[in-house]
Design a protein around this ligand. Structure first.
Ligand code: ADP
Ligand code: MG
Length: 312
């Protein structure tokens, strides 16, 4: 758990972060989103004390983060950034083994961990262990950067626009991988992004920054339904909002009795994917099946559109 309490930071007399309070739960995936210069990076870097707070406190699992030394703190918290920061003259294995090395792990234990992480990130250890960063694609470098941040099994991972440099297709894949890994390991993740789409897709909750202030901290569907201000409303996009909301409800929420024709869709499907099915099949109603492929009713395009627009 990370408790940020009334934290402020000024640079040259100008506020960068203004009196921010928020609590990030253990195992939570929180995204911090906002325009450039809104204080996201400063807030993130105050958690691992790459930046010191001017006012306020940050507690990690109940302990003030100033009660331990900065380097010691940073060895226990993973940190991954956009320019992945890999050491160019060290192999992939040496890069990933950096923090375990600092912590005094044996060569054998570190080697096992390196291979485990490479496998987790779908990089064959036999092939990639001894490569150098320049021998990897941008997406692979990024994965090694995140693997390095996770090497010593930190409970907390801080990420600053980790996928910013990746092209859109690889970025989607990287997001999915990260989501899976987070579910698997239960790591608490705080990720900064300027991309609302990414924030909504990944965050259990989203923190929205504007001019150094935290203007909303809520679940994605909540942010879409009840934006805290005009600014948040503009950020989530008035026009795209109904469409985005569809991702947070599933077909089974809208099942009704009836026998539609067409190829059945799963009750687990998000309404966003269901909309794609309506379009692909050219239908206005579709049969819905359960896990055993049994038809359990139907969904209509009408009800989906009503749900998306927020009218019951
Ligand atoms: P974001 O990550 O949201 O783009 P930052 O946290 O990097 O925003 O910056 C917030 C504000 O603080 C900006 O106005 C920026 O210019 C300023 N700032 C950030 N770091 C420094 C620094 N080391 N020295 C002076 N000003 C800084
Ligand atoms: Mg930044």
């Amino acid at each position: 758990m990370i408790e940020i309490e009334n934290v402020s930071k000024r640079y040259n007399g100008l506020p960068a972060v203004k009196n921010v309070s928020m609590t990030i739960r253990a195992h939570e995936f929180v995204t911090i989103v906002g325009m450039s210069g809104s204080g996201k990076t400063t807030l993130l870097r105050m958690i691992n004390r790459l930046v010191e707070v001017d006012e306020g406190t940050i507690k990690i699992d109940g302990v003030d983060n100033r009660d331990v030394s900065g380097p010691q703190l940073r060895r226990s918290i993973g940190y991954a950034i956009q320019q992945h920061g890999l050491f160019p003259h060290r192999s992939v294995a040496e890069n990933i083994g950096t923090v375990p090395g600092l912590l005094g792990w044996t060569v054998e234990k570190t080697g096992e961990r390196v291979d485990e992480l490479l496998s987790l990130f779908q990089l064959d250890p036999a092939i990639y262990r001894d490569r150098y960063p320049h021998e990897l694609s941008g997406g692979q470098q990024q994965r090694v950067g995140v693997a390095r941040a996770l090497a010593a099994r930190p409970n907390i991972l801080l990420m600053d626009e980790p996928f910013g440099a990746l092209d859109p297709v690889i970025r989607n894949k990287a997001r999915e991988d990260l989501q899976k890994i987070q579910q698997q390991l239960g790591t608490t993740i705080v990720m900064v992004t300027h991309d609302m789409e990414e924030a909504l897709a990944l965050g259990h909750r989203i923190a929205i920054m504007d001019g150094g202030e935290l203007v909303q901290f809520a679940e994605p569907a909540d942010v879409l339904r009840n934006p805290a201000s005009e600014f948040v409303e503009s950020l989530v996009g008035k026009g795209e909002k109904p469409f985005r909301l569809l991702a947070f409800a599933s077909v089974e929420d809208l099942i009704e009795p009836g026998e539609a024709s067409g190829s059945p869709i799963s009750g687990q499907l998000s309404l966003r994917d269901a909309l794609a099915e309506f379009v692909a099949q050219g239908k206005t109603s579709l049969p819905v099946k359960d896990e055993n492929a049994r038809i359990v009713g139907q969904i209509t395009l009408d009800s989906l559109v009503r749900n998306g627009s927020g009218t019951p």
